[in-house]
Design a protein around this ligand. Structure first.
Ligand code: NAP
Length: 279
């Protein structure tokens, strides 16, 4: 059984990014990642700080744009339009949740698609589903980077994805499809989930339930990728019961140190994919 090590994959991509950033520096370009934070949601504040640190580590400026809870939707849109028009800003991220009086849909779609490093605007999603992706959300991208690094091809394979969220399951299904897999997406209304998962050559768990996938659901030798991040008894665990599934699987990602370790670097990689037009 092989452990798919996210830290190793992240280090590989980080080195490549540092070289790209150095080339830009030679041209006196220091890209900025604009981090837009409204209010003081603790998880969002923590995520913003960790992105800011990660950006700085590879030589990109991570600049925080903070707004009070009572900022109006119009003011926030105007601020984002300003970032859209600022040439040094290569990427814009708006942290969720936003206060109730602000439409997350409107704000997300105010971001210019060329700077949508989260890959969550309608344009980014549509392009992904049309097979012409511009920016891919970082978690699905991390899953694909993991498979690529360990040279696990998806062509002709049966892939079961458990979870159909807009940030993980749905975009991931498109990426797997584009890699020529046969994809089944499971969700809370799926019947015979165990049977579907047991048939799969590759299982991707993005369900948000601690240790939901157990060894009896896994075909021996299959590849298991665990996107889940859950708290259990003060510990971080995945959506896969690692102890039992690792006895059956051919390859598996741990939690922590698996997919989660690759996501931030994928976001930073998106920043350097910045293009002046939609191509
Ligand atoms: P989400 O929006 O809550 O979606 C969960 C999905 O799981 C939904 O599609 C839901 O089905 C499905 N589901 C829930 N209970 C189920 C059940 N009993 N049987 C089958 N399907 C079930 O979660 P998410 O944002 O996609 O995140 C999923 C997990 O990944 C979470 O643990 C999250 O913390 C983690 N995550 C990790 C990263 C990372 O960087 N590694 C990034 C994002 C998220 P319905 O659609 O029918 O409700």
């Amino acid at each position: 059984m092989q452990i798919l090590n996210g830290k190793e994959v992240a280090a590989f991509h980080r080195e490549k990014l540092q070289q790209q950033v150095a080339l830009l520096r030679d041209k006196n370009i220091i890209p900025e990642l604009a981090l837009v934070l409204v209010g003081e949601d603790p998880a969002a504040v923590m995520y913003a700080a960790s992105l800011q640190k990660a950006a700085q580590q590879i030589g990109i400026t991570g600049r925080l744009y903070q707004f009070p809870d009572m900022v109006t939707e119009t003011m926030l849109c105007t601020a984002i339009q300003g970032l859209n028009n600022n040439p040094i800003v290569y990427g814009i991220i708006v942290f969720m949740p936003l206060p109730e009086h602000i439409s997350a849909h409107r704000i997300t779609n105010t971001i210019k698609p060329e700077k949508d490093v989260d890959g969550l605007t309608e344009t980014s999603m549509a392009r992904l589903f049309m097979g012409k992706p511009l920016f891919v959300p970082c978690t699905p991208k991390a899953v694909m980077a993991m498979l690529a690094y360990y040279q696990i091809p998806l062509e002709g394979k049966e892939v079961a994805i458990i979870g159909r969220s807009n940030v993980v399951g749905k975009p991931l299904s498109q990426l797997c499809l584009q890699a020529h897999a046969t994809v089944t997406i499971c969700h809370s209304h799926t019947r015979n989930l165990e049977k579907i998962v047991r048939r799969a050559d590759v299982v991707i768990a993005a369900v948000g339930k601690a240790e939901f996938i157990t060894a009896d659901m896994i075909k021996p030798g299959s590849v298991v990728l665990d996107v889940g991040i859950n708290r259990k008894h003060n510990q971080v665990v995945g959506d896969v019961d690692f102890a039992s599934v690792s006895q059956v699987a051919g390859a598996i990602t741990p939690v922590p140190g698996g997919i989660g370790a690759v996501t931030t670097i994928m976001m930073l990689e998106n920043i350097l994919l910045f293009k002046g037009d939609l191509g």
